[in-house]
Ligand binder design. Structure first.
Ligand SMILES: Nc1nc2c(c(=O)[nH]1)N[C@H]1C(S)=C(S)[C@@H](COP(=O)(O)O)O[C@H]1N2
Ligand SMILES: [Mo]
Length: 443
């Protein structure tokens, strides 16, 4: 893993062994060991929040529904629980999962593999809720608004999904996760479950639904969470107007049984991991133990339904002492395959290149682990602290590998969100950010 801190966290449900990408707002990545579970325990389930954690009091909570409908509604939890209860297992993956693996580097939280989890969600069908509302023929998109309050001048987290996805019987409003009351960090008391779609559509702390006659045009639809939908030259600037909102996840798989760099003895060993997909289910998972020259089918079992991840396993018996490149590659029913080389996009979304790890098969004792030196870091300039450490710490900056131009854009973005950067100090600040957390190799 990279230099990110690990810690136990207590925000609603306690978290364990998470990689802290940001302590506040809370962004926690699941460690690789989390992929060994059929269903991800809440204590290991990743958290992605744009704003500070929100604690909703159920006594004050209600869900209001308006817009292109003839019967506006205000529903309590008791009202919702009168509707049929449905349960499904589905992967929840952040669109930015794998952003940290992109070259050239892009700004944003530098997730590696663990901004994903497989949850068991229970609640009511969104279609059943909308049935109460008398949808007008003008209804096209369903807009969700959460109770979280923006940090500084950041826009509210509001997202819309097309009516077709909203009426899908698998699209639900969940009040339970893994058989428990939905935890605070995951959207208590109610969140959207949009199976097969990237996490940004899974709005947490839901308080308001608005039926619209067109796609919502707020920041998190029109600027963020957009993909070119075609290949673009790495590092290029792409106008968001020419991109489209992210929808379906892509076919993806990981090796969970062994860590990159693991040392093992010759003889039988079992490789295991998981594979998941978007709207088209996983059809097969293959493994290579010779850097992609030859491939063999694994044994896979699903963890329930079309949207859950599948667990795969492969018994491998390396006889030669050597360093092996192990790869896993999944295929969706649609025929979609994982690429070997990731195509780049400006925000580093939807990374799904073949997961490759190196393992050393040897009879020699493992070399003593070299501890990274924790020599005292130089002092942070006072101006930097008073401008940039108001809303969050340095954790979000340490993981960036940005050139000066990218840092300048990042500072401009923070100014739009409310950072008080004195114009005469801006250049010095950008220089400092660039010298401290500038462009550099990933490892
Ligand atoms: N209200 C609200 N809902 C939200 C978010 C948010 O910041 N605010 N983050 C979204 C994103 S980007 C993701 S990936 C998922 C993460 O869900 P989790 O924290 O339960 O893993 O929630 C989504 N729902
Ligand atoms: Mo996300």
């Amino acid at each position: 893993m990279m230099a990110a801190a690990t810690a136990s966290f207590s925000s609603g449900a306690p978290k364990k062994d998470m990689i802290v990408r940001a302590a506040r707002p809370e962004d926690l990545e699941m460690p690789m060991a989390g992929f060994r579970n059929a269903v991800t325990p809440i204590e290991n389930f990743f958290v992605r929040s744009h704003h500070y954690m929100t604690k909703v009091d159920l006594n004050d909570w209600q869900l209001s529904i308006g817009g292109e409908i003839s019967k506006p509604q205000t529903l309590t939890m008791a009202d919702l629980k009168k509707l049929p209860k449905v349960e499904l297992v589905s992967v929840l993956e952040c669109a930015g999962n794998g952003r940290g693996l992109y070259e050239p580097t892009v700004p944003g939280l530098q997730w590696e593999y663990g901004a994903v989890g497989n949850g068991r969600w229970a609640g009511v069908r969104l279609a059943d809720v909308l049935k109460l509302c008398g949808l007008k023929s003008t209804a096209k998109e369903i807009l969700f608004d959460g109770a979280d309050v923006p940090v500084g001048k950041m826009p509210e987290f509001k997202r819309s999904i097309p009516l077709k996805k909203a009426l899908d019987p698998d699209t639900i409003l969940a009040y339970e996760m893994n058989g428990e009351t939905l935890p605070d960090a995951h959207g208590f008391p109610l969140r959207v479950i949009a199976p097969g779609w990237a996490g940004d559509s899974w709005v947490k702390w839901l308080i308001k639904i608005e039926v619209l006659d067109k796609e919502f045009d707020g920041f998190f639809m029109k600027t963020a969470y957009r993909h070119p939908g075609k290949n673009v030259a790495p590092g290029s600037v792409v106008d968001p107007a020419t991109m489209s909102p992210l929808t379906s996840l892509r076919i993806k798989s990981v090796i969970a049984s062994h860590a990159d760099g693991a040392v093992l003895a010759p003889g039988l060993t079992r490789l295991t991991g998981v594979a998941w997909s978007g709207e088209s289910p996983v059809a097969g998972v293959d493994v290579s133990t010779d850097a992609g020259r030859s491939w063999r089918a694994t044994v896979t079992k699903t963890s329930g339904g079309k949207y859950g991840w599948s667990q795969w396993s492969f018994d491998w018996k390396p006889t030669k002492e050597a360093y092996y490149q192990l790869m896993v590659r999944a295929r969706a029913a649609s025929g979609e395959l994982q690429p070997f080389v990731q195509e780049w996009n400006p925000s580093g979304y939807a990374h799904n290149a073949v997961h490759t790890i190196g393992v050393n098969v040897t009879t020699a004792a493992p070399a003593a682990i070299q501890k990274a030196s924790i020599a005292g870091a130089p002092e942070l300039p006072g101006q930097f602290r008073s401008t940039c450490m108001v809303c969050h710490g340095t954790d979000v900056m340490e993981q960036q590998r940005l050139n000066r131009g990218q840092w300048e854009k990042e500072v401009d973005k923070m100014v739009r969100w409310g950072a008080d950067v004195k114009p005469e100090y801006k250049n010095q600040l950008v220089d400092f950010l660039n010298s401290r957390w500038g462009a550099r190799p990933r490892k």
